[in-house]
Design a protein around this ligand. Structure first.
Ligand SMILES: CCCC/C=C/CC(=O)SCCNC(=O)CCNC(=O)[C@H](O)C(C)(C)COP(=O)(O)OP(=O)(O)OC[C@H]1O[C@@H](n2cnc3c(N)ncnc32)[C@H](O)[C@@H]1OP(=O)(O)O
Length: 386
């Protein structure tokens, strides 16, 4: 598919830079010092993290220090070096800075009090590494991953995408039966934190777009591959990526206060989360067009009528009713549920991964377009609200 990568004109670049000045005080990822500390922490781990994690650490270390894998592939019988090569090579063109950050996050998750994000103490809040913006708890056979930035309407920062990836990886292996994603406060989530675009690394806006596309692809891939029943408890309005991802969930329960909004054209952007495929499939192309192209906002009842939402509950009883139901579901035999999910979803997985890859490539171009930059500048300078 062809797409046009717009170049930023001078006035737009300078407005963006002005707006960016306002946000430069925010962090720009892990420093070299964080990275070195993380390398030292690895040596002090009390528990062997297992081969899978060790390979991931190796790959991220190589990517962070040497960049993409360019050494020849070891022979088929050189098992150890081939596994290492595969892990490094799988990181593709992941930027060095992102690899460094992911390495620090991974080590931090291994060094947390429980020493492994895959073992969540029942009933305890397990904070994912680096922030409290994503809170993971596990109780009654349910792992709950909660967006926790209520003051920012649960807008998703770059760090939060990484934390959710780690939380999903852990949840896929922990002893919970089902996994739930929800939001804290009045919003489910207002989508991508638009200030993510203002943290400009040395490689410029092009690097922001490139690393954003790599991160988005990895993030959505985790939802495509998630092996257990994945349920969204949509406690309030949702904008952007938290809406599109719903097509990859197994059930979506919504408060009647929730709304579903994908204003991609308004933002100069395009569909992600595999919604270019799942939405037409779920609701038919005409209704999908209204949402994904014209940015029509749906009420919870409209979204339910169109098949995006499983069931709508009155706000007054929402939490009570939904959690009672989820606790009952979580008592069902876990393996039977996993196998049924595999049956329902497996024949689509390859297609979904291909669609995800294509959507991310197109978005990478969109993020560099004047249309998108204008929308972000407008939001950040509060000239416009959606
Ligand atoms: C790896 C990259 C993947 C990228 C893919 C994703 C695509 C998308 O998700 S596109 C969708 C992006 N989201 C939006 O465009 C929503 C933007 N926000 C709004 O339109 C409004 O804030 C909203 C309608 C959600 C709520 O409006 P209000 O009720 O009037 O509240 P405020 O606007 O005052 O918001 C309170 C507070 O939160 C901050 N906020 C809200 N949403 C975001 C956001 N998406 N990004 C950054 N910040 C956000 C808002 O700025 C306010 O902050 P303060 O000004 O500091 O109080």
């Amino acid at each position: 598919m062809a797409f046009v990568t717009g170049r930023l004109g001078r006035p737009l670049r300078s407005s963006l830079l002005q707006v960016v000045q306002l946000h430069l005080s925010r962090t720009m990822g892990a420093s070299q010092e964080d990275f070195e500390n993380a390398m030292n922490q690895v040596k002090l781990l009390k528990k062997d993290p297992g081969n899978e994690v060790k390979l991931k650490l190796y790959a991220l270390y190589k990517q962070a220090t040497e960049g993409p894998c360019s050494i020849p592939k070891p022979g088929v019988f050189d098992f150890v070096n081939k596994a290492k090569w595969d892990a490094w090579n799988a990181l593709g063109s992941l930027p060095k800075e992102t690899a460094r950050q992911n390495y620090v996050d991974l080590v931090s998750s291994l060094s947390s009090p429980s020493e492994s994000s895959s073992h969540v103490e029942p009933g305890t809040d397990q904070k994912t590494p680096g922030s409290e913006d994503v809170v993971v708890t596990s109780e009654d056979g349910i792992t709950k991953i909660m967006f926790n930035r209520p003051a920012q309407k649960n807008a998703i920062t770059t760090q939060m995408y990484r934390e959710i990836i780690l939380a999903l990886e852990a949840a896929s292996k922990d002893n919970s039966t089902i996994t739930v994603i929800t939001g804290n406060g009045d919003y489910y989530s207002s989508g991508n934190d638009l200030t993510n675009f203002t943290k400009i690394p040395p490689g410029g806006i092009e690097e922001v777009a490139k690393s954003g596309a790599v991160l988005l692809r990895e993030f959505v891939d985790c939802f495509i591959d998630f092996p257990k029943p994945l349920i969204a408890v949509v406690n309030g309005p949702a904008v952007g990526i938290p809406v599109t991802l719903l097509g990859l969930f197994d059930a979506v329960y919504a408060s009647d206060r929730a709304t579903f909004h994908t204003p991609f054209s308004h933002l100069g952007q395009t569909a992600e989360g595999c919604s270019s495929y799942t939405f037409p499939k779920i609701m038919g192309p005409a209704k999908a067009t209204e949402m994904l192209i014209f940015g029509k906002k749906l009420t919870a009842r409209e979204a339910c009528a169109q098949g995006l939402v499983t069931e709508v509950f009155p706000e007054s009883t929402f939490q009570k009713e939904v959690w009672a139901r989820l606790k009952a579901y979580a008592k069902l035999p876990p393996n039977a549920m996993k196998i049924s999910k595999e049956l329902i979803r497996s024949n689509e997985k390859e297609k979904l991964h291909a669609i995800n890859a294509e959507e991310c490539t197109i978005l990478q171009g969109r993020w560099l377009s004047d249309e998108c930059m204008n929308a972000i500048v407008n939001f950040l300078s509060r000239k416009a609200k959606l």
